[in-house]
Design a protein around this ligand. Structure first.
Ligand SMILES: [Mg+2]
Length: 214
């Protein structure tokens, strides 16, 4: 039986809440407090319009408003050391999952910055380049299944709603794993409950295979 494991990135493998705090400090070090506030309000505008975070578009709008701004703000954003924000045991979890099937990163985000972040964090290498970046992963499921055909899927995410939606679609062919990390972890599941709940991604490193694969 062929198994594919679909792993989320933000707040699943990588502590994105902590990374965002660090990025806020980096931006404050690069521009005035007023411009930093403007940057984050543009970030929220873009996120609302596009449904995903998009730093390149946020930077474009920032420079359109402040044509005199140097590229220090770009460096603050583009050179984020994401490898420092992996959760403890994240790479061990991927190594364990690789013994059960093919690990694939399935992450929502923009098509430019998010792949770069996955690269810089070391996660792209950990999954041998098997990375899909999409908007609204649950809506793009057919594409994912076509690209990585399998008899069984394991879906690992910090958002209960995504797990529930995929479980409804792939019932019987998917094991859903809720990782209770980050600020979305407390949002109540809307639909079928996850099959497995872990407190930390590192807990997956020694989870028996029969909890994940039938
Ligand atoms: Mg996430």
């Amino acid at each position: 039986m062929k198994t594919v494991t679909l792993l989320d990135v933000d707040n699943t493998l990588l502590d994105n809440d902590a990374a965002k705090d660090a990025l806020e400090r980096r931006i404050l070090a690069a521009v005035s407090e007023e411009r930093a506030a403007r940057f984050w309000s543009l970030y929220e505008d873009v996120r609302r319009e596009r449904g995903v975070v998009d730093f390149p578009e946020t930077l474009r709008r920032f420079h359109a408003i402040h044509p005199d701004a140097s590229d220090r703000v770009d460096r603050a954003v583009l050179d984020m050391p994401y490898d420092r924000f992996l959760y403890p045991g994240a790479l061990d979890a991927i190594a364990h999952l690789a013994t059960l099937g093919t690990p694939v990163i399935l992450s929502d985000g923009d098509r430019r910055y998010q792949p770069r972040k996955i690269e810089r964090s070391g996660l792209a290498a950990a999954v041998r380049g098997n990375v899909i970046v999409t908007d609204h992963k649950a809506e793009r499921l057919d594409e994912v299944l076509r690209r990585f055909p399998a008899d069984h899927y394991v879906l690992i995410d910090d958002k209960a709603a995504i797990l529930a939606e995929v479980k409804r679609r792939l019932d019987g062919r998917v094991t859903t794993v809720h990782v209770l990390q980050g600020h979305y972890a407390g949002e109540p599941p809307d639909g079928p409950a996850p099959d497995v709940v872990v407190q930390r991604i590192g807990d997956l490193a020694d989870l028996p295979a029969d909890r994940l694969v039938p």
